[in-house]
Design a protein around this ligand. Structure first.
Ligand code: FES
Length: 113
């Protein structure tokens, strides 16, 4: 079952920015990359530190805690490579940005909440 929820409009997150926004009652990290808008669980897969406290530069999200780095377009680990962000599918409909929270199993985020 799809759980497509509006999370923001394109005006809310400019290209090169990331913000934590709410879809329903779930916080989502919305990142506007050169490859398009992406949405991730807002906590780092290492020790669940808030990714918004890190940086987003040159297409890479860097966690503030231990400097793990992630490709903002895919969520894949840059350093280390064996990790990845939990990604939510995104649809842009006009200016509205939707995320599908049902695409990620609840157990996948349990350790990050
Ligand atoms: S908590 Fe993010 S790198 Fe350690």
């Amino acid at each position: 079952m799809s759980a497509r929820l509006k999370v923001c409009t394109l005006d809310d997150v400019w290209e090169g920015e990331m913000r934590v926004l709410t879809a329903g009652d779930v916080e989502v990290l919305v990142v506007n990359t050169a490859a398009g808008v992406r949405a991730y669980h807002p906590r780092c897969p290492h020790q669940a530190v808030a990714l918004i406290d890190g940086s987003f530069d040159d297409g890479v999200i860097t966690c503030s805690a231990h400097r793990w780095r992630f490709d903002a377009a895919t969520g894949a680990g840059v350093n280390p490579k064996r990790c990845a962000l939990i990604a939510y599918p995104v649809e842009v409909d006009g200016d509205d940005v939707y995320v599908d929270l049902s695409a990620v199993a609840p157990g996948a985020v349990a350790s990050l909440t």
